[in-house]
Design a protein around this ligand. Structure first.
Ligand code: GTQ
Length: 355
């Protein structure tokens, strides 16, 4: 039975009257809002280093760090049109610092991390402590820590920046400060935190440092050795050999909003598919392989970056029968976990059918 025309007209007039009052009915939007599972717009995507690198070097010719504050090419999720984000919570950018350059000191409430892609000899000074960069290293700049970058070496240095900027923007708590000087004094010994936390399971007494890790640098050489020393029994069906970077004071994630993992896919390994309620950005550190995300295959090699949105099924494969492949990722999982909302599930078929 249809409602009488008089009712329909009354209803339409009612809805029209709501708009100028900044009101709207929930009932037309309810099912779009409260979906059975995440329905985000972020898409899986891969950025090839072979395409990204020449553009970044071109930026190095055209834009100085003095003009740019940070010479960064942002990796924008093609599904999140108009947003500066790789996932709804995460920002990723590829940064270039040429020999002799500095990127001036500032601090902001969004937290940042860097994974070094290429070159060595550059450093980030974090709250007075220089952390030197080599490929594969992870360096943290916790929320509100002073940081500037310098490259006194003779090679261009390129790294992947990960920030929780979209999250902090959504929360409307972005704060930034720029002091007048260009760089911080290195008032602490270089790489001090590395020397304080050399032996896993031992830590110096420390004052309350807040929720971020006081260990600011994680050298790839140590990470690679730890991964290579893992017994086969430690392998996960979804990630093969995986280690999470931890805050040595808590054993928890390196930052309250972002966690990091390093993983080794042994030669020939093909993992099973699963999905989880967190998003991740991956940098390929070594080797060649592919990941199947939401039924699509993404082939990757060293320097490539790919993103896995929340709740997208994914599995990884190392195509080489000889060489191990290594991935480093950053994720918003710690944030989701702290809200008690983390969940994960295996793909019922073990592997995804290819779309
Ligand atoms: O190096 O401090 O990619 O402030 C975005 C914002 C890097 C940085 C980014 C930043 C930085």
């Amino acid at each position: 039975m249809h409602p009488p025309a008089s009712h329909r007209m009354a209803y339409e007039a009612f809805v029209q009257a709501l708009q100028p009052l900044s009101l709207a009915p929930l009932w037309t939007e309810y099912h779009r809002l409260l979906t059975p599972a995440p329905q985000g717009k972020a898409r899986p995507h891969l950025w090839r280093y072979a395409e990204l690198r020449p553009q970044l070097l071109r930026a190095g010719e055209l834009v100085s760090t003095r003009e740019a504050e940070r010479r960064v090419l942002m990796l924008l999720n093609p599904g999140l049109e108009g947003q500066i984000a790789i996932t709804p919570t995460l920002f990723a950018g590829m940064q270039l610092l040429l020999p002799g350059e500095v990127a001036r000191v500032h601090r902001h409430s969004p937290a940042a991390l860097r994974i070094i892609v290429e070159g060595k000899g550059a450093y980030t000074t974090v709250d007075g402590q220089r952390c030197f960069m080599e490929p594969g290293d992870l360096i943290l700049t916790p929320a509100w820590s002073w940081h500037d970058h310098g490259n006194p070496g003779n090679e261009p240095v390129i790294w992947l920046d990960g920030l929780d900027l979209p999250l902090i923007q959504t929360l409307n708590v972005v704060f930034t400060e720029h002091p007048t000087q260009a760089q911080q004094q290195a008032r602490l010994p270089d790489d001090l935190s590395l020397r304080l936390y050399q032996q896993p399971g031992l830590r110096p007494p420390a004052p309350d440092t807040g929720p971020a890790s006081p260990l600011l640098s994680y050298k790839w050489q140590r990470t690679a050795a730890a991964l290579a020393a893992l017994p086969a029994e430690a392998a996960s069906p979804y990630d093969d050999l995986l280690l999470e970077y931890t805050n040595p004071h808590t054993g928890g994630p390196v930052l309250p909003t972002m966690g990091c993992t390093a993983q080794l896919l042994r030669p020939g390994v093909q993992t099973q598919a699963h999905r989880h309620a967190s998003s991740s950005v991956y940098l390929v550190v070594q080797g060649r392989g592919y990941s199947v995300i939401d039924g699509r295959r993404y082939d990757w090699e060293a320097g490539d970056v790919f993103v896995i949105p929340s709740w997208a099924y994914h599995e990884h494969a190392n195509a080489s029968p000889h060489e191990a492949a290594a991935l480093i990722s950053f994720t918003d999982a710690p944030l989701i976990r702290s809200l008690g909302l983390y969940r994960e599930e295996a793909h019922p078929g073990g592997h995804q059918p290819l779309a």
